[in-house]
Each structure stands twice: as structure tokens, then as C-alpha cells.
Design a binder for this molecule. Structure first.
Ligand SMILES: *[C@@H]1O[C@H](CO)[C@@H](O)[C@H](O)[C@H]1NC(C)=O
Ligand SMILES: *[C@@H]1O[C@H](CO)[C@@H](O)[C@H](O)[C@H]1NC(C)=O
Ligand SMILES: *[C@@H]1O[C@H](CO)[C@@H](O)[C@H](O)[C@H]1NC(C)=O
Length: 354
């Protein structure tokens, strides 16, 4: 009597969590025993999702939030009108179908401190409740994870294992390759099978996964073109993707021998096969963008926008080229540190002399 009640409860529980309209009847026959066990297992797995991150579609952990993405891009990213447009559209397009043709691959290019890591974080936060802390976000920083050129072949094998195993666990995984320009030459080709137009490889479907490549490649050429356009009197906001796209494509090939970068995309199969879906240029930031970043940093610490602090931060940055001093050499990088330094300094000062 008691047992059967537990049994019924169990079935109700399972059917409630959406898994087993069939399992009640199944439970009656002997052959249904394994079906029931499977249903219970699936049910328990689902219950686990209440407390622990999991990858079932349409749980709060992995439900994409495009509003969050557009808000973050709009409010927290400065001076990158092209990035805002393309990233949002590309991601929405990829998520809109349950059967994408291939994995989404976006390559972020441009000068340091323009916000590439920032945008990668926003993408992670829009895909997973835990953002960058999610088990389904995998970040590789080339100098850290792949420092030795002579180990390229071993890195390749490891990387392929990681990608395969992680996508097996969750189809919609996010892979971020930071400083991909410093990756040993040829290594990136290890990723090719996973982002190509295959329905599945050994039963694993990679088409829902998302790859972000971050690099400085093309940054110098983007800046040069920006200066030309500026001299022609063109507004920053009027610059279009078509003004820069050719540069990035060529830059990815050509900068191998420049002393600035050693592009990991150089002669890469990815480019020959056009497996990168979007090349996204990050423009060099100007003084007023630095001021906005400083203001943002103050707001993040619940401080009012102190004009003197903002001005000091902007003054301390290095600008180039020498003649026009138009662009910040390090973008908004280190703005946070400068702000905290100035604030700490003020507080000590007040304490000593008040
Ligand atoms: C999506 O993000 C927005 C902005 O961060 C937030 O207000 C909203 O509650 C989120 N929606 C869901 C379903 O989590
Ligand atoms: C998943 O990727 C991470 C790197 O982010 C790696 O350390 C881990 O071993 C991978 N998981 C598997 C099962 O290969
Ligand atoms: C990009 O810059 C490199 C040097 O940094 C130069 O050799 C190359 O010609 C430039 N490419 C374009 C398309 O301007």
C-alpha cells in the first residue's frame, strides 16, 4: 500500500517535471521497468538543475537573454557602433534557429583596450545565467595555454579533445580564444572540423556552439584608415563596416611579418575556407571615450562623476599619433586602476590634512 503510493507520487513528480506523460502506463508492464528507470533518472537530472547549472534547453541556466546583450552593448560599450550592430545581429541570427548550418564564428579585431574582452563577456552573460563562470564557457589565452611553439602538435590534440568533450556535454558551448594572434602558427586549424558545415562528427553536433577569436591583428591598419577618414572629415559614427572590412581580411593575412603581431590566422585554413562568419573591427578610442569609461568606473563604485578625477585619468593616458593625439594607446584598459589610485590618494590626503 505504502510502496504503491510512493510509486504513484514518483510518477506524478516525473510527469510534472515534464518528462513522462508516458511513464505511468509504462510502469505497469515488466518491459517498462527500464523505461521507468530511465525516466526517473532523467527526472532526477532535471531536479538537480534547480540547484546546479545544467544544459537542458529552456532552463534558466542556458536561456539566452538578448535584451541583456543589447542593453550591455548600449550602456557599457563606448565608441564601437559597428560592434554593437554586428554582434547583436549575428548572435540573434544564430540563436533563432534550432538547426544552424554551422557553428557561429566571430573574429574581433583591433587595438588594445577597445572592449574586445568586454564584448566577449557580454556574449557569455547573454547566453548563460552564470556568465563567464558558466561551465559551458571556455576561455583560452594563447600565451598562457599555448606558450611553446614546439608543442603545437600536442596542443592541437588537447584542444580537439576539450572541444569535443565539452560540446558533448553541452551543444551550446562558448569558446573564447584570446590573443589568438599569439597562438602557434597552424594551431588554429585544429579547430576547423568543429566549425565547418558538418551535421555531426562521431555523433556530436557542433553547429550550436559559438567561437570568438580575439586579436590585435589589423589594429594598426584600422587606425591608419580611421585617420584617413578623419582627415576627410568623416564622422566616426558614419564609418561603415565596408570602410574597414577589406582591411581586416587583408590584415589577417599580411601582418605576419610586421613587428606588431604574429597572426595566428596567418595562412590559416579558416580563412581559405571562409569559416569565419564575421570579422568585427574595434575602433581605437578617443579622449572622450576614456572620460566615459572613467565615469562608468566611478558609478560602479557608487561615486558621483567627479570632474577632476575624470580629467586626470584622461590626462594620464598616452595618445597617438604624435601630430594629432587623437587615439588612446591603451583604450580604456587600466582606467579602473587609475581611478582607484586617484580615489585612494584623495582619501589618504583627506585623512592626513582634515
Ligand atoms: C534579461 O536581461 C534583462 C536586462 O539585464 C533583465 O531585466 C531581464 O530580467 C532578463 N530576463 C530574463 C528572462 O532573465
Ligand atoms: C572542457 O574545457 C576545459 C577548458 O576550458 C578543459 O579544462 C576540460 O578538460 C574540458 N573538459 C573535458 C571533459 O575535456
Ligand atoms: C597593414 O599593415 C601592414 C603593416 O603593419 C602593411 O604591411 C600592410 O600593407 C597593411 N595592409 C593594408 C591592406 O593596408
Amino acid at each position: 500500500m505504502k510502496i504503491s503510493r510512493v510509486f504513484v507520487c514518483m510518477c506524478l513528480l516525473i510527469s510534472q517535471i515534464g518528462y513522462g506523460s508516458g511513464s505511468i502506463t509504462l510502469g505497469l508492464g515488466a518491459a517498462g521497468a527500464t523505461g521507468l528507470a530511465a525516466a526517473i533518472y532523467a527526472g532526477l537530472e532535471r531536479i538537480k538543475c534547480v540547484a546546479y547549472e545544467c544544459c537542458y534547453p529552456n532552463t534558466e541556466w542556458t536561456r539566452p537573454n538578448m535584451t541583456a546583450l543589447s542593453q550591455n552593448l548600449k550602456i557599457k560599450l563606448y565608441g564601437q557602433h559597428l560592434v554593437k550592430k554586428v554582434v547583436h545581429r549575428a548572435l540573434r541570427g544564430h540563436l533563432s534557429t534550432s538547426e544552424p548550418k554551422k557553428a557561429l564564428v566571430m573574429s574581433f579585431h583591433g587595438w588594445t583596450g577597445g572592449g574586445k574582452n568586454y564584448v566577449a563577456r557580454f556574449v557569455a552573460e547573454s547566453l548563460y545565467k552564470l556568465g563567464m563562470r558558466s561551465n559551458y564557457v571556455h576561455q583560452f589565452v594563447s600565451p598562457l595555454h599555448f606558450p611553446h611553439h614546439h608543442l603545437t602538435d600536442i596542443y592541437k590534440l588537447h584542444l580537439q579533445d576539450w572541444i569535443r568533450n565539452n560540446v558533448t556535454k553541452c551543444e551550446r558551448s562558448l569558446f573564447i580564444f584570446d590573443e589568438i594572434d599569439k597562438m602557434p602558427v597552424g594551431m588554429i586549424d585544429a579547430i576547423k572540423p568543429f566549425i565547418d558545415y558538418h551535421e555531426s562528427i562521431d555523433g556530436v553536433d557542433f553547429r550550436k556552439s559559438i567561437f570568438l577569436f580575439l586579436s590585435n591583428t589589423g589594429g594598426a591598419n584600422i587606425t591608419r584608415r580611421m585617420l584617413e577618414l578623419w582627415k576627410e572629415g568623416k564622422n566616426r559614427e558614419d564609418i561603415e563596416l565596408s570602410d574597414l572590412e577589406d582591411l581586416i581580411l587583408k590584415g589577417a593575412f599580411n601582418e605576419k611579418d610586421s613587428d606588431l603581431v604574429n597572426s595566428g590566422l596567418h595562412h590559416s585554413e579558416l580563412i581559405h575556407h571562409s569559416l569565419v562568419d564575421h570579422y568585427i573591427p574595434f575602433l581605437p578610442l578617443e579622449r572622450h571615450h576614456i572620460e566615459l569609461c572613467a565615469e562608468d568606473e566611478l558609478a560602479r563604485r557608487n561615486l558621483r562623476p567627479q570632474k577632476d578625477v575624470i580629467k586626470k585619468v584622461a590626462d594620464e593616458m598616452v595618445y597617438f599619433p604624435a601630430e594629432t593625439k587623437l587615439f588612446s594607446k591603451t583604450g580604456c584598459k587600466r582606467v579602473a586602476q587609475k581611478v582607484s589610485f586617484l580615489i585612494a590618494h584623495d582619501e589618504d590626503y583627506d585623512r592626513l590634512f582634515d
